[in-house]
Design a protein around this ligand. Structure first.
Ligand code: PLP
Length: 398
């Protein structure tokens, strides 16, 4: 490297799931069949309404800069939409449009976190939290999940310990990547109570808020005392199968949103102008197309969960949200003599073509962990391929 690097560059992490994609692509390029369970991308077309909205906007000349906080119509429509689902009073002043969901993570931290400040974040969790906290000079305080009767539950003891240790910022991802966990009402209320009591500010990552099969939506932002201390990460990526369009929003208290808009000016000027009209058309259209996407995803989940549970040594919950499964593979690992999940992952790719991530792609393993997990995304693979892949996986682990 000829360019001398700033010290902070040694602290920048990454989304290692992309490295798994690369390995899968290399294996496929050698002529092998690959079953893609690794990346949370969606092999379903973006709804027609969204495409038409963007095309009309382009043809209508919406190809120049636009207001840095986003086009007013989209800010208003999102305020109305989220206000309704979250039972909150919101207006356009609560919304700053972003190029995707991810930028809200860094912008929240840059706006709230002084060097050395402690930030509670989920681990396993979206790896960008750990990366951005450390990159910007904060101290990450990880909290994990415990296996409950119905699914993964927040490790509230770890959260309480983090709060006692002085953390004033919390990242909370409900519904959760990679476990598919969704907080029951009592859990979320307890978390909100702790935040109010300890004067904690929250980034509520709601990337999967609309990827729900059978549950009523709830957001921590709508609970008593939380609106003024919570910023919501919203994204169009998942509900509308728009991962590559890059459109999302930060939703929060107006004074903070003003600062976020100023960060937008400094970073990207504005989010892609005509893409915002596509997103707006999606919000205004009936829910028929997103519902179809959900029905497809649910069918995949219902094919995958029983197939995994039929394999000796694997235990998998059936989450009601997200498009991820986080099966416990400890038994299978021991029975087959793999030293860790990475060894299992590599062997599975080589011998069956199944490509998936493991726990280590979602933050550093905590010293208290004894169980082993892999993560399967079913957003990019059809049901017939799921059946084929699971037959191969079962034979491989026999
Ligand atoms: N937050 C979580 C938990 C995610 O899983 C993702 C994407 O996979 C994001 C944020 C980022 O979303 P986007 O692709 O819209 O930037």
């Amino acid at each position: 490297m000829t360019i001398p690097l700033a010290e902070r560059m040694s602290r920048l992490g990454t989304e290692t799931a992309f490295a798994v994609s690369l390995e899968a692509a290399e294996w496929a390029a050698k002529g092998h069949k690959v079953y893609p369970f690794h990346l949370g991308d969606i092999n379903i077309l973006t709804p027609r309404s969204v495409m038409d909205g963007a095309i009309q906007a382009m043809e209508g000349g919406k190809t120049g800069y636009c207001p840095t906080a986003g086009i007013p119509e989209l800010r208003e429509a999102l305020a109305e939409n989220i206000g309704r689902s979250h039972k909150m009073k919101l207006s356009a002043t609560n919304v700053a449009i972003q190029p995707g969901g991810k930028p809200s993570i860094a912008k929240f931290l840059l706006g709230t976190m002084d060097p050395g400040a402690k930030v509670l974040y989920p681990n396993p969790g979206f790896p960008i939290y750990e990366s951005q906290i450390e990159f910007h000079g904060g101290v990450g305080v990880p909290y994990g999940f415990v296996e409950g009767d119905e699914g993964f539950e927040l490790d509230m003891d770890a959260i309480r310990k983090g709060l006692a240790g002085g953390a004033k910022l919390l990242i909370y991802n409900n519904y959760h990547n990679p476990t598919g966990a969704s907080s029951p009402k009592a859990e979320m209320e307890e978390l909100a109570r702790l935040c109010v009591e300890n004067n904690v500010y929250v980034l509520s990552d709601e990337a999967y808020f609309d990827v729900r099969y059978d549950v009523e939506p709830t957001s921590i932002a709508g609970l008593p005392g939380m609106a003024e201390r919570t910023c919501i990460l919203y994204t169009f990526s998942k509900k509308f199968a728009m991962t590559g369009w890059r459109c999302g929003a930060m939703i929060g208290p107006p004074d903070f949103i003003k600062l976020v808009a100023n960060m937008n000016v400094n970073d990207e000027s504005c989010t892609n102008h005509f893409v915002q009209y596509g997103a707006l058309a999606g919000l205004r259209a009936s829910d028929e197309e997103p519902q179809k996407i959900l029905a497809t995803l649910k069918e995949r989940r219902d094919a995958l969960v029983p197939a995994l549970n039929a394999i000796p040594g694997i235990k998998c919950y059936r989450p009601d949200t997200t498009f991820y499964l986080f099966p416990n593979v400890t038994g299978a690992l021991e029975r087959k003599g793999f030293k860790d999940t990475d060894e299992l992952r590599k062997a599975a790719l080589r011998e069956t073509g199944l490509s998936f991530c493991t726990r280590v792609h979602f933050g550093r393993r905590l010293p208290t962990e004894t169980q082993h997990y892999i993560r399967l995304a079913y957003s990019g693979i059809n049901v017939d391929q799921i059946h084929e892949a699971m037959d191969l996986f079962a034979a491989f682990l026999k």
